[in-house]
Structure formats: C-alpha cells, structure tokens
Design a protein around this ligand. Structure first.
Ligand code: FE2
Length: 380
C-alpha cells in the first residue's frame, strides 16, 4: 500500500509555489514577475511558447500564466499541447482581448482562469491564489484516488492469493481423500488378487455410465470416488471362502454374500456424502434387476441407480479381467455374456447405454490395463 506521505515528489509538487510567466511583452512579464515575487511566489519568465517548453522541461511549476497572443505558437496552442504532459501545472490565460468566446475556449482546454489586460495587482493575486487552491484540491483528490486504487489492488491481490491457496488446499484434500479411499479399497481387494487397476476401471466405468445416463456432474463425481469401496465388506470374508478357486457351496455363497451387508455397515452412518454413496453402492451392487440378487432381493427400480450402475461396471470388469479361476474374456465376449442377462441381472436401459459407449469403455479398459506386477498405480 502506498500512502500519501510515501510520495515525496508528489508532496513536493503540492507545496510548490513556482510560477512560469509566458508573455512576449517584456514589461508585462516583468510586472507580473514582480507582483508575484513580492507576495512570496518564485517566478520564471519565458518570452514565447518555445522558451516556455524549455523551462517546463527543466523544472516543475505550480502555475503557468500564459499570454494568448504571441508570435509563433499561440498561448492557446501551447496550453492545448502541453497540459496533459504536465497535469500538476495549473494554467491561467492572460490576454488583451476581453472575449467570452476566448474565455470559454480557454476554460475548455483546461485553463483554470482568464485574466484580461490591463489587470489590477489584486485581481491577479486573487486569480493566482484561487487557481493554486483548486490545483491543490485536484491533486489531493487524485492522490487519494490513486491511494484507494492501490489499496483495492493490494487487497484484490491478497484475496486472489488466498483463493488460490484455498483452491490448492481443497484440491490436495480431495486428492488425498480419493487416494485414501482407493488404498483402503485396494487393501480389501488385495486378498483375492484384484489389482489397483480394477479399482480405477470400475470407478471410471461407473462414472461413464452415470454420466451417459444423465446424472448430474456432481453425482457422477461422487459415484466415481465412492465406487472403489463397493467390496470393502470382503475384509469380513474368511480366506477359505474368499480365495476358493472353484464354485461356492450354498453355505459358502451365503458367507461371501455377506460382504455387501458388511460393507454397508462399515460405511453407513457418516454425514459425508461420499461415504453415504459408498454405503449405498456396497449394499446394492449385487442386487439383480429381476429381484434374485442379494442381500435384500430388491427388484427393478427399487434398487438405487448407484447400485444398478455398479452392478454393470463390476460384472463387466470381472469378465474382462483375468482371475485365478478364469482367463480374461474379450470385450465382445463380455458384451455377449452380459446381454443374455439383460432385464434379468442388469437394468436393461442402463446396459444398453453402457454398451452404446463402447469406445469410451475401451479407452478406460486400455488406460487402466493391469500391470505385470500388482500394486497401486496412481492416476495420471
Ligand atoms: Fe461385490
């Protein structure tokens, strides 16, 4: 912030009492000089416009008393041309012609006053004092305005920096929350050999399907970040069931089925929207459209949309990924297999939307292909 007192040159200009007298008639120049000097002003004399320009270049002036009619460049032209160059110099025009047209023209180009020859000493002194008072007020106003602009500029910059910092912090917090969720999900999935890339593929398939279905951008983002936790309940599934390579017995199926309920209980009860969505997905991603899923045998649209989306994304990724008990099916084969369960296992409308987005599906499938060694691969 720049204060008024921090501007010595401006302050000096404010206190200035130096006056430039421009007149081609030497007696007038001398008379004006004498009158003003005897009243405490410092004066400099110039015989024409050219001389005035030189004097103006040499030092600053508080005021210029300028004759209108001079040989060469006229006083009016001089003032018109140099006023913007010397905004701190006030101008009073001096002329032998008492004309309202000339007076108005002088005021129009920025002169503060107009003195007609012959003049009285008091008249000149009053006009000079008034012009200097007005100049001082205008300069103070200008300085205050600049000062205010400085304050606004400084505070705006501080506000922008604070906002940028907040944005950075918010982004870091979001990324850290997302990574924590992914790593927790990996921890749960790691036991049965699923990779970090499965988490990425699954969450991006979910986001893709939610978006194509027409959910809001905010909901799609929540589904993308919450869906990695769909199988978190598997931490409650014993190894001999979870890692069994062959088919489950009915009793083992009951045990593995509990992961949906366990996941829900782990995630339920939070005020955080992401955990609410995660709990919903964990609870409902094994429900089936025909009501033969688990854990609650919900049917059709009574299954939350998040669960219906996750069911398709999870099944598609399981089919197209190599597991200990099966090879990875091609995308076309997965489509063929899942199509047979359209309207049975899967929401038919959602399945159609998903398969209509095959280019995007392939991109996700390739981008997050399983690496040769399992581990957490950060998203790029
Ligand atoms: Fe599951």
């Amino acid at each position: 912030m720049t204060l008024l007192l921090d501007r010595p040159s401006q302050q000096t200009l404010l206190e200035l009492k130096r006056i430039l007298i421009v007149d081609d008639e030497e007696p007038i120049r001398r008379l004006l000089g004498y009158m003003l000097q005897t009243h405490g002003y410092e004066t400099v004399l110039a015989s024409d416009a050219r001389d005035a320009r030189v004097k103006l270049e040499e030092q600053p002036f508080a005021l210029m008393l300028c004759d209108v009619n001079m040989p060469g460049e006229s006083g009016m032209d001089l003032v018109r041309n140099i006023l913007s160059q010397y905004p701190s110099t006030a101008v009073i025009m001096v002329t032998g012609l008492d004309s309202s047209v000339l007076a108005n023209a002088a005021l129009d180009i920025g002169a503060f006053g107009y003195i007609v020859k012959p003049f009285e000493s008091n008249e000149v002194l009053i006009d000079v004092a008034n012009a200097l008072r007005r100049r001082r007020l205008e300069m103070e106003n200008r300085l205050q305005r600049e000062n205010l602009e400085d304050i606004v500029r400084t505070r705006t910059m501080a506000l922008q920096q604070a906002l940028e910092w907040l944005e950075r912090s918010e982004k870091e917090l979001r990324l850290s929350r997302e990574e924590t969720i992914q790593r927790l999900a990996i921890a749960a999935e790691y036991r049965d050999g699923a990779t970090a890339q499965h988490i990425h593929r699954m969450s991006h398939y979910c986001e893709l399907l939610a978006r194509k279905y027409g959910l809001s951008a905010e909901r799609c983002e929540l589904i993308r970040t919450a869906s990695p936790m769909h199988d978190i309940g598997k931490i409650g599934t014993p190894d001999h069931v979870l890692l069994k390579p062959g088919k489950f017995t009915p009793e083992e199926f009951d045990v593995i089925s509990q992961h949906a309920e366990i996941g829900y209980r782990i995630l339920d009860g939070s005020d955080a929207e992401i955990l609410k969505v995660a709990a919903l997905i964990a609870w409902t991603h094994h429900e089936r459209w025909d009501g033969n899923g688990y854990p609650r045998k919900l049917k059709g649209e009574t299954i939350p949309i998040e669960g219906r989306i996750a069911a398709i994304a999870d099944a598609f990724d399981a089919l197209t990924t190599q597991r200990v008990y099966k090879p990875a099916f091609t995308l076309d084969h997965a489509v063929e297999l899942m199509s047979k369960h359209r309207g049975e296992h899967f929401d038919p409308e959602l399945l159609d939307i998903f398969f209509a987005s095959m280019d995007d599906i392939k991109r996700i499938h390739d981008r997050y292909a399983d690496p040769s060694s399992p581990g957490i691969v950060p998203e790029s």
